[in-house]
Design a protein around this ligand. Sequence first.
Ligand code: GRF
Length: 189
Amino acid sequence: KKIAILFSGTGSNLEKLLEFLYQTSFEHAKIEVALTICNRPDAQGIEKARRFGLEPLIIDHTRYASREAFDEALVEAIAQSGAELTVLAGFMRILTPIFTRHVKAINLHPSLLPLFKGGNAIQESFDSPMKVAGISVHYVSEELDGGDIIAQRCFTKYEGMSFEAFENKIHALEHELLPQTVKNLLDKK
Ligand code: GRF
């Protein structure tokens, strides 16, 4: 079972996913990371991937004239890799139908979807009057952060919780949920 992982920045979710795959299910479930792609040549996550012996393919979005042209490059690389599932682990680009129609992908989003879609989700859910917050893993569709939800985790926002504590909680939950969800999806096959 081959997967592709796409990331843009720090790569903490990429790292946790790779740790999980290598430590636990990797051999047993026969999951192979066929490809990692990063759209930023200076992303910290590149070093993290290298520690697992993976050399990310850099597809720099600034070198493409349009979102569509960038997406075509992604689609081609993923198709060539033979990956049956693509995991967006902190991949911070809006994708067009060129990508969403050709690639089966899941995305990690730091809110309880369908609430707080888009790039400012952590701040918006922190600022909201809601007493619960959480994270989601969902299928990637043409609507930004709008595909079918696969799994979610939530927590209680306590009185006086700082933004830093809130954000740390979100990331801690993400680091658990993404690997679990990838494994569950591939185990089902
Ligand atoms: C995560 O919060 C994820 O939900 C969002 O981008 C962040 C990526 O963090 N889409 P990292 O690069 O995995 O550390």
